[in-house]
Design a protein around this ligand. Structure first.
Ligand code: KG4
Ligand code: ZN
Length: 338
C-alpha cells in the first residue's frame, strides 16, 4: 500500500511516500528556519503562508523521485495535530482534498504518534512493547507503547518541554533559533560544572519532568554576571548536561517501573549527541537497549507521517468521509484503542 505523508504542523514542510512492501520511497523537506530567524521564534502566520507555497512543489518532487503517480496512491496521510492551527490547516486541507479527489482515504495523523513510531523506520526496528521518550519542542513525555494505537502515558512535563528549555535558554544566551542545535554546538567548547544549574524533579518519585526553572536559572546566571564567550559556552554545556541528566534518569526509571527492556527516543531533542551518548551508555550498563530514529527523522519530517499513516491504513484506522478537521491541542494517550 502506497501512502503520501504531509507534515505542516510547525515550521517544516515535510512530504514523503511510504510503501508498506518496499519501505520509504522518497522524502523531501523544506525548513523555514531562515524565514523565522529574525523573529527569534516561529511566526504562525508566516509559517502557514510558506506551507501553502511548498506543499504542492514538494509533493511533485517526491512523486517524481519515486517515479510514482497520484493514481497509484492508496491513501493520503496528513498531520492533524497537535501544532499551529493555521499551519495544520494547510496540510490537512491539501491532503484531505487530494484524497477525496482520488476517492482514497485521508488519514489524520497525530504528530507525536509520527515521532513515536519513527524509530521503526530504522534497521533494526524495535519490537513492541517499549518505553518511548518523546522529546520535542512542545512535549516531553514518557509513554508505554504496546503497539500501534496502544499508548499509556507514564509521565510528562508539568511546565516547559525540554526543547523549550533549550530554545528559551538559547535566546537568553543570544543564540539563534532553534536553540537546541545552537546550545549543543556552543557546549562543544564549554565545560559543564563551572556553573551549577538544577536538575529539576530528578529525585521525585514519579516520572514527571519540570524544565521551566532551568531557563530561570540561566537567566539568573546571565544577569548576575554577564558571561564572556567562555562563560556562555560553559553555561551551554551545563544546561545540556542538566537536561540530559534528568532525561536519562527518568527514562531508566520508566524502564524499571514498567519492567520493559527497550527504550525508543523520538522528537527533535533526541538528535542531541550528549543525550544519545549518555542514554546509550547508562542503558547498556543495566542491560537495556535504546533505539533512535535515523537522525534526519528525529526532527519534524514527512516520512514519519507517511509511515504512521500506512500503519493506520493497514489497521483500518482511518477516515473515508470527505472533510477534515485539525486539533491544535490533542492528547496522544486519547488515541489508545485498548
Ligand atoms: O520534534 P521537533 O523537530 O519539533 C516539534 O515537534 O516540536 O523538535 C524541535 C525541538 C526544538 O526545541 C529544538 O531546539 C530541539 O528539538 N532540537 C535539539 C537538537 N535538535 C533539535 N535539542 C537539542 N539538541 C539538538 N541537537
Ligand atoms: Zn515534532
Amino acid at each position: 500500500m502506497l501512502v503520501l505523508g504531509i507534515e505542516t504542523s510547525c515550521d517544516e514542510t515535510g512530504i514523503a511516500l511510504y510503501d508498506t512492501d518496499r519501505g520509504l520511497l522518497a522524502h523531501a523537506l523544506h525548513t523555514q528556519v531562515a524565514l523565522h530567524a529574525d523573529y527569534g521564534g516561529v511566526v504562525p502566520e508566516l509559517a502557514s503562508r510558506d506551507h501553502i507555497r511548498r506543499v504542492l512543489p514538494l509533493t511533485r518532487q517526491v512523486m517524481a523521485q519515486a517515479q510514482a503517480t497520484l493514481a497509484e496512491l492508496d491513501a493520503v496521510a496528513y498531520t492533524a495535530g497537535p501544532g499551529l492551527a493555521g499551519a495544520l490547516l494547510v496540510g490537512a486541507g491539501i491532503g484531505a482534498s487530494l484524497a477525496h479527489a482520488l476517492c482514497k482515504p485521508a488519514i489524520g495523523v497525530h504528530h507525536l504518534e509520527g515521532h513515536l513510531l519513527s524509530p521503526l523506520l530504522a534497521n533494526p526496528a524495535p519490537p513492541f512493547p517499549f518505553v518511548a521518550l518523546l522529546v520535542s519542542g512542545g512535549h516531553t513525555q514518557l509513554m508505554r507503547v504496546g503497539g500501534v494505537g496502544n499508548y499509556t502515558l507514564l509521565g510528562e512535563t508539568v511546565d516547559d518541554a525540554a526543547g523549550e528549555a533549550f530554545d528559551k535558554s538559547a535566546k537568553l544566551l543570544g543564540l539563534g533559533y532553534p536553540g537546541g542545535p545552537a546550545i549543543a554546538a556552543l557546549a562543544e567548547s564549554g565545560r559543564a560544572g563551572r556553573y551549577t544549574l538544577p536538575r529539576p524533579m530528578l529525585r521525585s518519585d514519579n516520572l514527571d519532568f519540570s524544565f521551566s526553572g532551568l531557563k530561570t536559572a540561566v537567566l539568573t546566571a546571565v544577569r548576575n554576571q554577564t558571561p564572556d564567550a567562555r562563560g556562555r559556552a560553559d553555561l551551554a554545556a551545563e544546561l545540556q548536561a542538566a537536561i540530559a541528566d534528568v532525561l536519562v534518569t527518568k527514562a531508566l526509571a520508566a524502564l524499571e517501573q514498567t519492567g520493559l527492556e527497550r527504550l525508543v527516543v523520538a522528537g527533535g531533542v533526541g538528535a542531541n549527541r550528549l543525550l544519545r551518548e549518555q542514554l546509550t551508555a547508562s542503558a547498556k550498563r543495566r542491560g537495556y537497549t535504546v533505539y533512535y530514529p535515523p537522525l534526519e527523522f528525529c526532527t519534524d519530517n514527512g516520512a514519519m507521517i507517511a509511515f504512521a499513516g500506512a500503519l493506520r491504513l493497514q489497521k483500518g484506522l482511518c477516515e473515508t468521509a470527505p472533510g477534515f478537521s485539525v486539533r491544535p491541542r490533542w492528547d496522544l494517550a486519547s488515541l489508545s484503542t485498548v
